[in-house]
Design a protein around this ligand. Structure first.
Ligand SMILES: Nc1ncnc2c1ncn2[C@@H]1O[C@H](COP(=O)(O)OP(=O)(O)OP(=O)(O)O)[C@@H](O)[C@H]1O
Length: 235
């Protein structure tokens, strides 16, 4: 379990999150500027939060980003332009790209999982947006970190491709028992990946439920409000 008790103070915005996150996919929903990225960036180690953060009982807050049991996928800029697809995955295992045979097999395996074998010698500029994000997922797979953070990584993709990528995220999360946090603007994405949803409002966790709550708005007024559907108006 990922236990979060974190605070961060921007000039005019106080964020304070307390939440325990179970393995599986959890989607962070919330309006623009409500504090989704602030939470994700503190967990990832890209923002210096105060408080406590632990995974399976191990404290993480004093660890730099690269030593945390975490892989992160951002909206873009996840790849090194001067490296091929294969090398971009391999660098997840060795910064100097000197891999053992066993590690090379892992890279090949991750490229198979993400259907990139035929693209392995390409450079990132010759990839579509979806292919590029698949390379980033392949790298996360070889690193075998138990936590995966996704900060709207597919928002630039067309809807069909986005759906495909979300299915891949769901599939790898289940296959490897990951704890995956996905920031999204779209409740439909949460429904697609399943699991749980967290609503972030004004720098706080205002709801944490199974994704089915999005279809039972009369029982969950916070989600009804976020979706612009006040229960009393529906009746
Ligand atoms: N670099 C910054 N400097 C000052 N304040 C910031 C900065 N980044 C964020 N904030 C403040 O923190 C609040 C939360 O920002 P955050 O990026 O976490 O929101 P978000 O929910 O991820 O938004 P979006 O969906 O638009 O990405 C913002 O409303 C803003 O007031």
């Amino acid at each position: 379990m990922l236990s979060v008790n974190l605070q961060y103070h921007w000039d005019t915005f106080n964020a304070n999150y307390q939440i325990n996150i179970e393995p599986g996919v959890t989607t962070l929903l919330g309006g623009s500027g409500e504090g989704k990225s602030t939470l994700l960036h503190m967990i990832g180690g890209f923002l210096d939060g105060k408080g406590e953060l632990s995974f399976c009982g191990d404290a993480l807050l004093n660890l730099p980003a690269y030593e945390r049991p975490i892989s992160t996928l951002f909206q873009s800029d996840n790849l090194f332009p001067q490296l091929t697809v294969w090398q971009n995955v391999a660098i997840g295992l060795s910064a100097s790209l000197s891999l053992t045979d066993d590690q090379k097999q892992k890279v090949d395996w991750a490229l198979e999982q993400t259907q990139l074998v035929d693209k392995k010698d390409r450079f990132p500029q010759a990839l579509s947006g979806g292919q590029a994000q698949r390379v980033a997922i392949a790298r996360a797979l070889v690193r075998k970190k138990p936590i995966l953070l996704l900060d709207e990584p597919f928002s630039a993709l067309d809807p069909v491709l986005r759906e495909e990528m979300l299915k891949l995220v769901k599939q790898v999360t289940e296959a490897f028992g990951l704890t995956t946090l996905l920031v999204s603007h779209l409740p439909s994405e949460a429904s697609l990946v399943g699991g749980r949803v967290i609503l972030i409002e004004k720098g706080r966790v205002s709801a944490h439920e199974a994704v089915s709550a999005l279809n039972q708005l009369d029982l969950y007024p916070q989600f009804a409000h976020y979706l612009g559907k006040t229960p009393s108006m529906d009746k």
